[in-house]
Write a new protein. Structure first.
Length: 145
């Protein structure tokens, strides 16, 4: 187990841009503000959705079936963290969205999701740098010591 202790450095409350890519927009914000470690929460609405699923047997990410006919969607919850990957701030986010009937779909947030409305909060932490590296067992870019 890897465990680091941090103190809260700054909190940013951000209104995102219409039509921008959800993941890219949050990731670029963290790069611009040089947020190396932190926690991210977002709500709002998206015009489409692209959800990733990591197959633990094949060790490959796949994008879930095309959900475009069920959209647009509310963001019920989108959350995750920011740490370093290849020395740069990198956001790892998961998302749950709901359709017009309240049915929910969730998974790993992939690029290619267009924002309709977005409100996100970033809690930036002070402390040891947290870097991702390839984990041999899972073949995922997990936190390394
Ligand atoms: Zn994930």
């Amino acid at each position: 187990m890897l465990s680091n202790k941090y103190s809260l450095k700054e909190v940013f409350v951000v209104k995102g841009d219409y039509n921008a890519d959800l993941l890219e927009q949050i990731n670029n914000f963290c790069i611009e503000k040089n947020i190396k470690t932190g926690m991210i929460n977002a709500i709002g609405a998206v015009q489409n959705i692209r959800l990733g699923y990591f197959d633990q047997n094949t060790k490959q990410y796949s994008t879930l079936e095309d959900l475009s006919e069920k959209g647009p969607f509310e963001i019920v919850h989108c959350g995750g963290n920011v740490s370093l990957k290849d020395g740069k701030p990198f956001c790892h986010l998961h998302i749950v969205v709901s359709d017009r009937e309240g049915k929910c779909f969730g998974g790993h947030l992939m690029p290619g999701v267009k924002v309709f409305a977005l409100e996100f909060v970033v809690h930036s932490f002070d402390g040891a740098e947290l870097e991702r590296g390839l984990d041999e067992t899972t073949q995922l870019p997990l936190w390394v010591e």
